[in-house]
Write a protein that binds this ligand. Structure first.
Ligand SMILES: Cc1cc2nc3c(=O)[nH]c(=O)nc-3n(C[C@H](O)[C@H](O)[C@H](O)COP(=O)(O)O)c2cc1C
Length: 189
């Protein structure tokens, strides 16, 4: 947590070492720090990798990873997701991370958040997962920043996992997404 106006928690739905979706998250964090230092504080977390599979039996005494994940999201204004498209939907890791934020229902932390997704996919750029996930996130009571889309075709050849890229189209798409995210956060504030 920094003194920036809006706290954004970011994670990648891909654990692949060279993941381009992880790259989109890193690129976004860098652009946010450069262009909106007073407004956006983007914290990238890997704690989603440590979460066990969702299990109601663990709710009585949730493991540390679950508590950390919930606390981070609870303190955040927005979530930024590097979201691969696996068979037209989110990765299992991403869905599991989301499910942990919704239980128990009385203390659901995933509501009232501003959500933005970025996808690096195959030839189609992963043009289905965001519709699927947007519906879920909206039903949970969040605001999805739907447009402009970041759907990068064959992104695995266009950006490194550290966010390094000289692809202007990728940089412009991520910048435009952040601009829309800032605008949505300002409107909501
Ligand atoms: C199980 C699986 C299913 C996939 N399904 C899709 C798909 O429906 N649409 C798509 O665009 N790409 C699909 N892909 C390709 C991924 O988008 C591609 O592997 C992508 O680069 C993964 O992102 P990463 O670089 O962050 O690991 C699939 C990949 C896997 C492993």
């Amino acid at each position: 947590v920094t003194s920036a106006r809006f706290q954004v928690v970011a994670f990648s739905g891909s654990v692949r070492a060279a993941s381009s979706n992880t790259g989109l998250v890193h690129l976004a964090a860098r652009l946010a720090a450069e262009r909106w230092p007073d407004e956006l504080a983007v914290s990238i977390t890997d704690v989603v990798r440590d979460l066990p599979w969702y299990d109601e039996d663990l709710e009585a005494a949730p493991p540390e990873s679950v508590v950390t994940w919930r606390d981070m999201v609870s303190a955040a204004d927005a979530l930024l997701l590097g979201m691969p498209e696996y068979n037209f939907g989110p990765s299992g890791l991403a869905k599991n991370a989301i499910d942990w934020l919704t239980r128990p229902p009385a203390v659901r932390v995933l509501q009232g958040k501003v959500m933005a997704m970025m996808t690096s996919g195959g030839k189609g750029g992963g043009n289905r997962v965001q519709d699927t996930l947007a519906l879920i996130l909206q039903l949970l009571g969040n605001t999805v920043v739907d447009e402009p889309r970041v759907q990068i075709a064959m992104g695995m050849t266009r950006i490194g996992a550290d966010g390094a890229t000289d692809d202007a189209e990728v940089i412009d798409a991520v910048s435009a997404k952040l601009e829309a995210l800032v605008a949505a956060l300002r409107t909501r504030a």
